[in-house]
Design a protein around this ligand. Sequence first.
Ligand SMILES: NC(=O)CC[C@H](N)C(=O)O
Length: 443
Amino acid sequence: MTLRLVQVMKTGRTRITPLSAAFPSSRAPESFLTPSESHHLLRPPTNLHSSIQVFLENPSLHSATARLTVAAWFVVVVCQSSWFVVLEGPPRVASVSRSCSAALRSSSVRRVRQLASSRRLSPARQCSLPASCRPSISVKSPLPALAEGERPWKTSDARLVLEDGSIWKAKSFGATGTQVGEVVFNTSLTGYQEILTDPSYAGQFVLMTNPHIDDVDTRAITRRLREDGSLIEQEWEFNSKVPQETFHVVAYDFGIKQNILRRLASYGCKITVVPSTWPASKTLKMKPDGVLFSNGPGDPSAVPYAVETVRDIIGKVPVFGICMGHQLLGQALGGKTFKMKFGHHGGNHPVRNLRTTHVEISAQNHNYAVDPATLPEGVEVTHINLNDGSCAGLAFPAKRIMSLQYHPEASPGPHDSDYAFREFVYLMRQEKRKKSEPQLSTV
Ligand SMILES: NC(=O)CC[C@H](N)C(=O)O
């Protein structure tokens, strides 16, 4: 049985509502949507960010939840609204996690707000980032200075009700209401901000497992999820030199993470971000040096239009798929994807690069995977996840295709897999050189 959050009540009473009755609208999490509804969910990834903006700029605007018995805090990002819920562990009934409070005042969160305001998706947004794009910390926080221990939000009581009937008391802040979603745990110890703002979590509840969030054991729910069926801020060192050669990359936005753009930019790429529905023909007309298919929420087999787009592009230009992009590529090549028991969510997953035999420690966030047995000849499995042997990377050298099931942009880290961006640049350079060579004609 996969555990799912059945209902979070604002106060007191709890009831378990049948999933279909609880969430008939198109804003339901993808797990409970029909393929065509899920297809909708992928279309407007940008509003995820605007909800974060609202929360940060006006923390008193939303209030919701809690008082609880177990320990962890999690966020659910469901299209229009973000929920932040702090679960409190016995015997203490603390209020809001100190780490959470610190995070909200940190420059990284101000950066999120700044990114939020820059992420209005236009049909084709030019997004050339400077090579040395450190997060700005000069943005003024709209939050008034807080006294020691004071919190910039209101909380209210909430209930987390799992499918097995267990009920967990909590405090919540952020959007109000009742929400249904799948609970996934993330084992990363750092980078809460990046995890909680990752659009690939749309429709899910992220449960952090770090045992020292507010000095309580955060792992009880995780244990339950496993039976039945997520301190120091690290920052990237960006290349200070602007590479001489530039490559134009069209990036399909299925819920793209800003750090993918930043890493590409640091390798000298000029990037045009296009929505997930952008036709392949228009992309090819732009004559890009390469195309990137991004990460994103939901079931990859529920978006046939995206698989078709990928199919129309591969072989014509070098491509790189990350996570959802990797899964779409797997399908476009003829393979199948399947849902894993509880997926991979964390910052410490060992992956073997089969080409170099090196082991990389990687950041992961996915519930689905490509079944390598379904892939046609010519497609190479380049990486495997050492925890369960699942497919973690693919390549089709003849068509200049590469993809990773995990996150080489890794924000939060680790950064072992950053070389993947260099390899993509290498593919684009090879292709560019091939095109500029004089064509030999046979007489
Ligand atoms: N991070 C991602 O792109 C996730 C891909 C897909 N939604 C999955 O859960 O497997």
